[in-house]
Design a protein around this ligand. Structure first.
Ligand code: HEC
Length: 230
């Protein structure tokens, strides 16, 4: 049996030599097709900077859509159940579990910023303030992406007051926002500036910072590259 097989190999190799001149034909590897398929699956796509920016735009949009939808749902539910006091813990959509999971998947971190915020931590500064100014001065009304540096991409999207629910906490004090609810808000946010808004007003901006390596890793179905703290 052994002899027969080695004889066969000799014949095959010999034939290969004859057929192909001098280059030796390699015997097919066992399971070669599966390996090739696996390699294809892991093949690193050649992505241009424009492909990466387009992806940031697309995934930025989906994080914002999910966050805003959940925000309104949570607010409506808790306002109905227990008024402003019950709804206050649901005012940070960027920290909702589902939103965090989604942004983590795409390698992004999301924040909301304003020129006159309720929480002073949300005051736009530096480059963020410049980006927000493009919306507040009406030069821009749509979501936008730009490379911040070699490693990061910034996605921004304006936040307009579209839903009546927002007025219960951001409307005019003494009208849509009652004095007593405003007092409640001021207890937690003594520096609150986020009142007096009307339907259609710009309230601020979403800013998502994508780690480029993490986004590329996601697009290639590979593990995350960055060592960002989570
Ligand atoms: C139950 C009261 C309540 C309602 C209703 C509400 N908000 Fe707020 N909003 C808050 C609180 C409290 C904060 C501060 C959150 C924080 O600490 O980051 C806030 C913060 C914000 C911020 C971040 C900038 C800032 O002012 O700190 C934006 C933007 C915002 N709200 C938009 C909206 C929109 C749009 C709606 C309607 C979909 C809405 N809010 C409805 C209470 C409310």
């Amino acid at each position: 049996m052994f002899k027969a097989r080695s004889l066969l190999a000799t014949i095959t190799l010999g034939t290969a030599f004859i057929v192909s001149g001098c280059d030796v034909k390699v015997k097919p590897i066992e399971g070669g097709k599966e390996i090739a398929r696996e390699l294809e699956r892991h093949k690193i796509k050649r992505l241009t900077q424009q492909d990466i920016l387009n992806a940031a735009q697309k995934y930025g949009d989906s994080v914002v859509v999910v966050a805003e939808r959940l925000h309104v749902l949570q607010l409506t539910e808790h306002l109905n159940q227990g008024g402003v006091a019950a709804a206050i813990p649901y005012c940070q959509p960027e920290n909702f579990e589902k939103v965090e999971a989604l942004q983590h998947k795409f390698g992004a971190i999301s924040r909301r910023f304003s020129e006159r915020p309720r929480n002073p931590k949300n005051l736009a500064r530096g480059g963020t303030a410049q980006a927000l100014n493009r919306y507040s001065s009406d030069q821009e009304r749509e979501a936008k992406v730009e490379a911040l540096n070699q490693n990061e991409i910034r996605y921004t999207s304006p936040i307009y007051l579209r839903d009546e629910t927002c007025l219960s906490c951001h409307g005019t004090v003494g009208q849509e926002l009652s004095e007593s609810d405003h007092t409640l808000i001021k207890e937690k946010y003594p520096q609150d500036q986020a009142t007096g808004y009307k339907r259609g007003d710009l309230m601020g901006m979403w800013e998502l910072t994508f780690d480029k390596m993490d986004l590329v890793a996601f697009l290639n179905d590979q593990p995350k590259k960055s060592r960002r703290p989570r």
